[in-house]
Each structure stands twice: as structure tokens, then as C-alpha cells.
Design a protein around this ligand. Structure first.
Ligand SMILES: Cc1cc2nc3c(=O)[nH]c(=O)nc-3n(C[C@H](O)[C@H](O)[C@H](O)COP(=O)(O)O)c2cc1C
Length: 332
């Protein structure tokens, strides 16, 4: 029932990909998702080689007796950061295990495309606007992820971002005209079978899910943070550069970050020029919050879909639930 071009291409039982969430999609979560028949993408994030090596080894060891699942194990990186240091990608491309896919988000993917293609690895490009599509097609992307502004973590800033429900069908139409064999995933706000069914109805071949997998047993999110998220409505997140400034992350202006809009975030919302001009005191406040596990100051990275999270299941249980609900809805 839920067989799509995406599930067929990657040998999946459900047309779902685990988003490559930095410091969240580690080896255990990736392995659980791959074993449950979805595409598991390791959160290579900013390209910390030691982290990638450790979590990659964990996933390989957990999947060593399941060749089918091993073939559903891939990785993702933040593209602009690779321009500064691509050693984690270099390391990955030198490994004997060929990743099921490599996903690049937030920047021009063309510089890496030829090397990825030479290893026969399908390239997945996550984008937020239609005008970003030509570069990805030029890079030979096998899959485009259309990421709406509802998404957790980084995405397009509020001026330029698009919402999932209109971006996905417009992207589907564009792909139909320009490159019909390129697959399309929807991302941003998808957390249950309703979201997956909607993604397919909008013309996507599947869904890339982050926030909902963040709150699973195998995720590297801490239990304390998940406990806060379980009490949080989708109304209570915001997109801004505030946490990037506080974390000393040098993101290009076109992108910013969705997380829970906690007290520290609210404090700086109307004082952005002051924060940018002199961030050190605020950074100390933030660092102290992180050290104390104080989520009024430390950030919790989730998207609007946080309001759809009411429990803390194992990833496999969640996947079964999403799959069954989507199947029921689509068969009505
Ligand atoms: C905790 C967290 C970390 C993320 N880290 C990354 C990342 O390192 N690279 C990336 O391409 N996307 C990252 N994302 C965004 C996802 O790729 C995806 O677009 C998003 O999670 C989809 O929306 P959703 O959160 O509503 O499911 C992250 C998202 C979350 C929630």
C-alpha cells in the first residue's frame, strides 16, 4: 500500500527517511530506523570526524548481521560547513561500507557531487525554495527534500522560507517538468500517519522526519529535554538566529534555526542588534544554562511538530504506527 518510487529505489518497507540530525541521529537511531525498513541517515552535521567515526562504527556493528538493513544506512552533512572542512566526508568516502545515500543540506552541493557519484552513492539534496532546484539537478541529485519552514533545526529564514503544504506540490510540478526521474521527499511538520499520507497526496515519494524521531528511545536527545518537549505545544517554537549566535555558529544569513522559544530566546527577540553587537554576556548565560541542564536557557531543537509528540517510543514502534495510520487514511 505504501510502496512508492522512493521505497522501491532504496529497498524500504515504508517511504520514510530519518533526518540526519546533528548530535541526535547517532548510530543507534540510524540502525533502529534501517532495521525497521526506513532510510537511516547519520547526523554528520558540522563534520566532527571523531563523532562520525564513533557513531558510524556503532551503526555498522548493530547492523552487521542484517545485510538488508545495512543497505539502508546513509549519512548527511551541512554543506557550507564542508566548504570549510570536508574531512568527515573524505573519511566516509574512504570506508569499505558504501553509504545507502549521502544527503547535503544548506549550500551548493556541486563541489562534492562527482566524488559521491564515483562511489555510486545516491545524492540527496535538501532545499527550501524552488529557485534552489537547478543547482541540485546539476549536481545529479537522485532525491530532493523539500523542507518547509515548520521544520525543527535549521531551515530557510522567516522572510524567504516556504511552508511544506505549498512547497511540496510546487516542487513536484517542477520536477515533473525538469527531471521526472528525480525523487521527492517532504520535510517539515510531519510526525504521524496523517503527515505521511498528506506528503504522498501532495506529490512527494515519501517523508523525511526529524522532530518526531528526536523523541525516540534510540535518539541522542536527553530524557530531560524530551520530558520538556512532551509538555510543549507547536505554538511554542520559533525560528531565529538567536541560538546560533549564542552557540557561536557562523551560519549564512539565509538560514536560521527553529527551537523551543524559551525564556533566554524571548529575552533577546527584541534586542537582536544588541545581541549581535555584543554577544559575550548572553553566551555565558547560555553556556551556564547548558551546564545546568536548564532549558529556560539551553535550547531544545524541535520543530512545530513537537505539538504532535505525546510519548517516547522506540523508533521501530513509531515507524509501525506512522505506516499503519498512513495506510488506513490512504485506503479510505
Ligand atoms: C534536532 C534536529 C537536528 C537537525 N540537524 C540537521 C542537520 O544536522 N542537518 C540537516 O540537514 N538537517 C538537520 N535538521 C533538519 C532536518 O533535516 C529536517 O529538515 C527536519 O527535521 C524536518 O522537519 P521536522 O523536524 O518537522 O520533522 C535537524 C532537525 C532537528 C529537529
Amino acid at each position: 500500500m505504501l510502496t512508492t518510487r522512493f521505497s522501491t529505489f532504496f529497498g524500504l518497507q515504508s517511504p520514510i527517511a530519518l533526518a540526519p540530525m546533528a548530535l541526535t541521529s547517532g548510530g543507534a537511531l540510524v540502525a533502529a530506523c534501517a532495521q525497521a525498513g526506513t532510510l537511516g541517515l547519520l547526523g554528520g552535521g558540522y563534520g566532527d570526524v571523531a563523532w562520525v567515526q564513533k557513531e558510524h562504527a556503532l551503526a555498522l556493528s548493530l547492523l552487521s548481521h542484517s545485510p538488508g538493513a545495512l543497505s539502508r544506512f546513509g549519512c548527511g552533512f551541512i554543506t557550507w560547513r564542508l566548504h570549510e572542512d570536508a574531512s568527515a566526508l573524505d573519511w566516509l568516502l574512504d570506508q569499505p561500507h558504501t553509504p545507502a545515500a549521502l544527503m547535503l543540506s544548506f549550500g551548493d552541493p556541486r563541489r562534492y557531487a562527482a566524488r559521491i557519484a564515483r562511489r555510486g552513492i545516491p545524492l540527496i539534496c535538501q532545499i527550501q525554495r524552488i529557485e534552489q532546484l537547478p543547482l541540485c539537478l546539476e549536481a545529479g541529485a537522485a532525491v530532493i527534500v523539500a523542507q518547509g519552514i515548520e521544520a525543527g533545526g535549521h531551515g530557510m529564514n522567516s522572510l524567504d522560507g516556504r511552508s511544506t503544504v505549498s512547497l511540496v506540490p510546487e516542487m513536484a510540478d517542477q520536477l515533473q517538468q525538469r527531471s521526472p526521474s528525480t525523487l521527492l521527499l517532504a520535510a517539515g511538520g510531519i510526525a504521524d500517519g496523517r503527515g505521511l499520507a498528506a506528503a504522498l497526496a501532495l506529490g512527494a515519494d515519501g517523508a523525511l522526519i526529524g522532530t518526531r524521531f528526536w523523541a525516540t528511545k534510540e535518539s541522542l536527545a536527553t530524557e530531560a529535554a524530551v520530558k520538556v518537549a512532551l509538555e510543549t505545544s507547536g505554538d511554542a517554537t520559533a525560528r531565529s538566529p538567536i541560538f546560533d549566535i549564542l552557540r557561536r555558529k557562523n551560519w549564512p544569513n539565509e538560514f536560521n534555526f527553529r527551537a523551543i522559544r524559551n525564556l533566554l530566546h524571548q529575552k533577546w527577540e527584541s534586542h537582536m542588534p544588541a545581541l549581535m553587537a555584543s554577544p559575550e554576556a548572553a553566551r555565558h548565560d547560555y553556556d551556564a544554562g547548558v551546564a545546568a541542564n536548564d532549558f529556560d536557557r539551553a535550547h531544545i531543537t524541535v520543530g512545530e511538530a513537537v505539538g504532535l509528540i505525546h510519548d517516547y517510543p522506540a523508533a521501530a514502534e513509531l515507524i509501525t504506527r506512522i505506516h499503519q495510520q498512513a495506510t488506513q487514511l490512504l485506503s479510505r
